[in-house]
Design a protein around this ligand. Sequence first.
Ligand code: FE2
Length: 509
Amino acid sequence: MTINDTQEDLLPISQGFQTQPQVLNPVECKVIGKIPNYVQGALYRAGPGTMHVDQVDGKRYETQHWFDGLAQIHRFEIENEKVTYRSRNTATALEEKIRQGESRGNSFAQDVCQVVFSKSSTVMKESRKDDLNPLEMTNVSVVVAVDYPGVQNPDVVTILTDHVKIQNLDWKTLEPQSLYTYEKFNPKFAGVLSAAHPSVDAAKKETWQFTTVFGPRSGYNVFTISDENPEGELVEFVEAPPAYIHSSFITEHYYVLAVPPLYVNGMELMQKHNVAQSLHFDESAGCVFYVFDRAARKHVATYQAPSFFFFHSINSFERDGDLILDVVGYNDGSIVQALYFANLRKKIPYLEKAAPQHTRRYVLSDIASVESPKNILQATFSTLAKGVYPELPRINDSYFAKPYTYYYAINLNDPTAVNAYIANSLSKVNVKTEDYWVWKEEHCLPGEPIFIANPEGTEEDDGVLLSVVLDEAKGASFLLVLDAKTMKEIARAETNSVVPFGFHGAFKA
Ligand SMILES: [Fe+2]
């Protein structure tokens, strides 16, 4: 698939993929229905908000890939059934540098050959430079974490992405408070890339994470950070080809770094200044699972499965001596190219844009009997609930790293449809029975569903889902509240503005 489309058969550009203004002052939403009393707090969403920048010389800088729109962070506050909405652009200094033609903006996927640089790139006034907030010089827009282990500041929320930059924002105003890398925790954690989704054991307040190292010995620095040990500990360096890895797996006793064979060519990364155009999928290499004993802080086992790609682990747990890893799996890495805006806008079936994704369950069997991590064992896998094409999966967090029954996700109803952008519904999947339920409404494109448990509930799905949904017909987004048991609507809170399609969020009670 090429980046350039044919200019024919394009969908009308979805409002969710266009630049939308920030909403700095909280606006009250119109609530329809009744939000349960236990849903009190703030829902944060992270994603792109600025998809183009008009430069000083009259040219226009167009963001080419969904992952490269400049950050806009959103906050819905729910208090006594009243809902307010605000948002803030948090990469404004980078935006200004692009406007002045001074920066191409290091990116996930921007083709620098196609970016027109301003001839006046060296004439940015010194006074203008002084105005730029150094905390807003980088685009960080993918994952929101509250109470991130090691941060130890309840007044901030933490935003992460697939490179190593981390941004803390004021929990209420969303103003950036700090910008740093994993090296701030510990210089031994140096690297170029990381997973936007660290594996966080909230109960133990411990994070397992890695950074990717390029060089003569490429590989991964695997480390932990915890509230108990905020400087963290380098567990081990694993020598392996650098790959694009967006999440990993954790169970009660183990951490699993899965390296899918969507490899990043380090030389191309240096030349092209972006990840997406430096990726190569190796059909024959397989996906390698490096298993670490959390207590022993040691690489203890290695498994391999046929090549596949994934962004998101769903959940993982231990069962009868086996490790069970549930994941949204793709046959190959074509989804990364499919997420260029040009492809997202194409009026062709999703199937022609990318191999559709499925729920996969990988089993790493009899972990305790493994004698050496040098012996590579075979992992097995099966596909669950084949009628579901999920992404952005979430679970009831109380079941994180434990046996569980349900996950929730955005869902592509019909991969043969010509006008399905990414997802046009929400799904709930029972991973034991493979039953599933769908919420869908015409013209409505939902975002990642976040589960909020009913504190008086006793069942895993006793709670609500919060999803920010764009109603394309109305040209405005609303916060949808679904009963997670029935997948029926309980309430919605309507904004007057478009919340662009983003990635992930978090709820802070
Ligand atoms: Fe993600």
